[in-house]
Ligand binder design. Structure first.
Ligand code: HPA
Length: 272
């Protein structure tokens, strides 16, 4: 079946189950699924029920959409995303974004857990993403361009919408959640980086490193969805501290920051 047809069928399935067009979609990163508890009038749709949807497998990822109200806005939460390192193709990883577009979504908040590369950062910091470096050596837009979504050679000069970045910083002050700002650097994973890779990333301009987000942001920009990105710095990247990295630490830190994270995201959604 043609890609566009699959996307349309997935979107039709969802449309039939929700009473509204979401104002904003929010992709929840590792350990950040807790935001789902804040949503009212919830309608949950597991990915496994949606035609053509892959199913997420990683620990800490649930795998469902949650529609409902957050700060009186209609929101669509994506609890559990698809990662390239799980073996999904870039097209599968980004399928939900095009489904969002078909549903009428105009704004997207992407969140993730990331390692701190900038030595001024500390675990527990929330980083507003101002730009990214795609070092995955892959791209979800490779292949025939679907003109219905966007142009063959899309502009990426405002990949993280400047107005949304400003809004996020303003809200952060208002709700008294300190934030840092930086460039997100994507590698595929699944291994954490070597200390030499982290030194290279720092030289190349990365402030935080992670294994997600960039494919979704590329596809969102292609189809004209405005993006805001927030990284939870769950650990210092390899070689900065004299200790090995593990997934438990990542989940543990995201648990610790959840109250701040929720306050910030709710504040942003309210003002969007
Ligand atoms: N590296 C890559 N991805 C990550 C990290 C890291 O240190 N922490 C959380 N996600």
């Amino acid at each position: 079946m043609q890609e566009l047809q699959k996307i349309k069928e997935a979107a039709e399935f969802i449309k039939a189950r929700i009473p509204f067009i979401p104002d904003v979609a929010i992709i929840l990163g590792s350990g950040l699924g807790i935001l789902a508890d804040e949503v009212e009038e919830k309608i949950e749709i597991p990915y496994s029920e949606i035609p053509h949807f892959p199913v997420s497998t990683v620990q800490g990822h649930a795998g469902k959409f949650i529609f409902g109200k957050l700060e009186d806005k209609n929101v669509l939460l994506m609890n559990g995303r698809f990662h390239f390192y799980e073996g999904y193709s870039m097209k599968e990883v980004t399928l939900p974004i095009r489904v969002f577009k078909m549903l009428g979504v105009k704004k997207l908040i992407v969140t993730n857990a990331a390692g701190g590369v900038n030595t001024n950062f500390k675990p527990g910091d929330l980083m507003i993403i101002k730009d990214h470096i795609n070092f995955s050596m892959a791209n979800p837009l490779i292949g025939r361009n679907i003109d219905e979504f966007g142009p063959r050679f899309p502009d990426m000069s405002n990949a993280y919408d400047k107005e949304l970045v400003e809004l996020a910083k303003k809200v952060a002050q208002k709700v008294e959640v300190p934030v840092v700002e930086g460039v997100y650097f994507m590698l595929t994973g699944p291994n954490y980086e070597t200390p030499a890779e982290i030194r290279a990333i720092r030289k190349l301009g990365g402030d935080a490193v992670g294994m997600s987000t960039v494919p979704e942001v590329i596809v969102a920009n292609h189809c004209g969805i405005k993006v805001l990105g927030i990284s939870c710095i769950t650990n210092m990247a390899a070689g900065i501290l004299d200790q090995p990295l593990n997934h438990e630490e990542v989940i543990e830190t995201s648990m610790k920051v959840r109250e701040k994270f929720i306050r910030l995201v709710k504040g942003i959604v309210k003002e969007m």
